[in-house]
Design a protein around this ligand. Structure first.
Ligand SMILES: C[N+](C)(C)CCCC[C@H](N)C(=O)O
Length: 288
């Protein structure tokens, strides 16, 4: 596997990530803080208080980890399909695998990537939730000075298992929904591609974008619980566990709580996943 392509994959993943990050920050804040009236209110307050920089808090770790997380997801997915159907990526256009096998492979990839993602995602969420403006003399200092300081503080204050806080909810969020992600992607590609041919770039973009939206819509309820569990522990423990978090969020805020951030998740999902699948297919066509 030539290094240049790996780097290109990482960079295009990173471009998608930067594009999607402002959406992500607003989403995380809406999910975990009850001080905002809605999307517009949250955007305005963030901008007034923290300037444009506020939208990009917590971005450096996801950029550093996108290479690892995406290669685990796509690598495990493809190798599981290889094990299940004895076809390589190139052979799969001529001998398309069943949707059941695609779903199983996607879930397996999702499960393993969730574990790699857990500590990086936790640090991202903690940094995104620091609403103190940066670099102002006299203003209150944020608790974490940056990703490394954040990781070290969590290790010290909450122990190694602290870095995996919320990982159960993350696994539940990602396992079935990444199965769906690949099923949606393949389904749309097959729908719009003549048999035996490779999908066009436009098809890949649209199928990737909608795969992202479909999986994020179904992932949002566990995404809310995941974000809340990750913030728990910052100022003592509020929840006894994931089930307690679900029950008490529901009791206090009603069923709507499970859909917080859904609009933003979907808006972010299209560009991010269109870019991800386009670079994925492009790189694999180069190596053929
Ligand atoms: C399964 N779930 C929808 C939660 C995540 C899908 C991940 C796909 C991509 N890395 C992205 O950040 O959009």
């Amino acid at each position: 596997m030539p290094v240049e392509e790996f780097v290109a994959g990482w960079i295009s993943g990173a471009v998608g990530l930067v594009l999607g990050h402002p959406f992500d920050t607003i989403k995380v804040r809406l999910q975990t803080q009850n001080t905002y009236q809605g999307i517009v209110d949250c955007i305005l307050k963030t901008y007034r208080h923290e300037s444009v920089l506020g939208f990009f808090k917590g971005m450096s770790f996801p950029i550093a980890s996108v290479a690892l997380v995406n290669s685990v997801l796509f690598g495990v997915y493809s190798n599981t399909l290889l094990a299940l159907t004895a076809t390589s990526h190139q052979e799969r256009r001529a001998q398309p695998p069943s949707y059941t096998n695609i779903f199983i492979a996607g879930c397996t990839g999702g499960l393993l990537q969730a574990y790699c993602l857990a500590p990086f995602d936790l640090i991202k969420v903690r940094l995104q939730n620091q609403t103190e403006p940066r670099m102002q003399i006299g203003s209150s200092q944020p608790r974490y000075r940056g990703p490394v300081h954040c990781a070290a503080s969590i290790l010290r204050e909450e122990g190694p298992q602290g870095l995996f806080r919320g990982s159960w909810a993350l696994v539940l969020r990602d396992t079935p929904t990444l199965g769906m992600y690949f099923v949606t992607y393949e389904g749309l590609c097959r729908q719009y591609t003549p048999e035996g041919q490779n999908p066009s770039s436009a098809t890949v973009l649209v199928a990737g974008g909608f795969a992202g939206i479909a999986s994020w819509i179904t992932a949002t309820p566990f995404d809310v619980i995941k974000s809340r569990m990750q913030m728990d522990g910052l100022k003592g423990r509020k929840y006894r566990g994931m089930l307690d978090c679900m029950a008490s969020s529901f009791q206090q805020e009603g069923i709507g709580v499970f859909f917080k951030g859904m609009t933003l998740n979907s808006a972010r999902a299209f560009p991010v996943n269109a870019a991800t699948f386009l670079s994925y297919e492009y790189l694999l066509s180069l190596w053929r």
